[in-house]
Write a protein that binds this ligand. Structure first.
Ligand SMILES: CC(C)(COP(=O)(O)OP(=O)(O)OC[C@H]1O[C@@H](n2cnc3c(N)ncnc32)[C@H](O)[C@@H]1OP(=O)(O)O)[C@@H](O)C(=O)NCCC(=O)NCCS
Length: 200
């Protein structure tokens, strides 16, 4: 159980026998199911599409949710700095929505973020109401690390971004003392970072 985790335990398997749903770290064998789930939503413009290569590279970021032998949900925690990580590629199969599976996945990713000592996790989303239920609050995009924007370059909505940035603070004492964030437009590691145009 998540509540039994201690800081030196990696949350690689979370079981909820009451619901029959198992949330655990992903393995390479989960890739076909992940591609089907994520790219199904991507085809509807709800998520960013992922390739087999990208998923292989990022497999250690992923948690998966299973109902028996069926992959019914996923989510990933991607590190951007020693203090911040992004929750991304979050999806629950349409057949299994609103049964608490999204919450289970985010809980597992947040536990992992705490294990790694992050100050906060963030997400870009079209469903701020869902994240609001899970202790996230809306923030200005400029408060997030510039590196977080690199994925935007290949997003079909680059010229008209309507995603909302949300943050969940994990270590309030450190979050409040953070130094001033960089300007929204800037240079990161010597590369000019182009930012998406926000839809008004
Ligand atoms: C968003 C998504 C992951 C939510 O998963 P889910 O399993 O249906 O959500 P849960 O059942 O765990 O819901 C947890 C809480 O959020 C609420 N919630 C769920 N979806 C919501 C939405 N779209 N808007 C507002 N609240 C929502 C639930 O009512 C529940 O509230 P409660 O605890 O008061 O009962 C799922 O709808 C999904 O995969 N959507 C398509 C892909 C997507 O948009 N991914 C997010 C990318 S950032």
């Amino acid at each position: 159980m998540l509540s039994a985790l201690t800081p030196d335990v990696v949350p690689d398997s979370v079981q909820r026998p009451a619901r029959g749903i198992v949330v655990r770290k992903a393995t390479m064998q989960d890739i076909p199911g992940l591609l089907a789930l994520i790219n199904g939503y991507a085809a509807k413009g709800i998520m960013l599409a992922r390739t087999e290569f990208e998923l292989s590279e990022a497999m250690r970021d992923f948690m998966v949710a299973y109902d028996g032998d069926t992959l019914v949900g996923c989510g990933a925690l991607h590190f951007y700095s020693p203090t911040m990580g992004e929750i991304r590629s979050l999806a629950v199969a349409a057949s299994h929505k609103t049964h608490g599976i999204g919450r289970l996945i985010v809980d597992a990713l947040v536990s992992e973020a705490k294990h790694y000592g992050l100050d906060a996790v963030f997400a870009f989303t079209y469903v701020p109401g869902f994240f609001g239920k899970l202790q996230f609050h809306e923030v200005e995009r400029g408060e997030l690390p510039l590196k977080a924007w690199k994925d935007c370059l290949r997003c079909p909505k680059f010229q008209s971004c309507d995603e909302i940035a949300v943050v969940r603070v994990l270590r309030p004492e450190r979050w409040e003392q953070r130094t001033e964030v960089p300007p929204v437009i800037g240079i990161d590691d010597g590369l000019v970072v182009l930012l998406p145009t926000v839809k008004r």
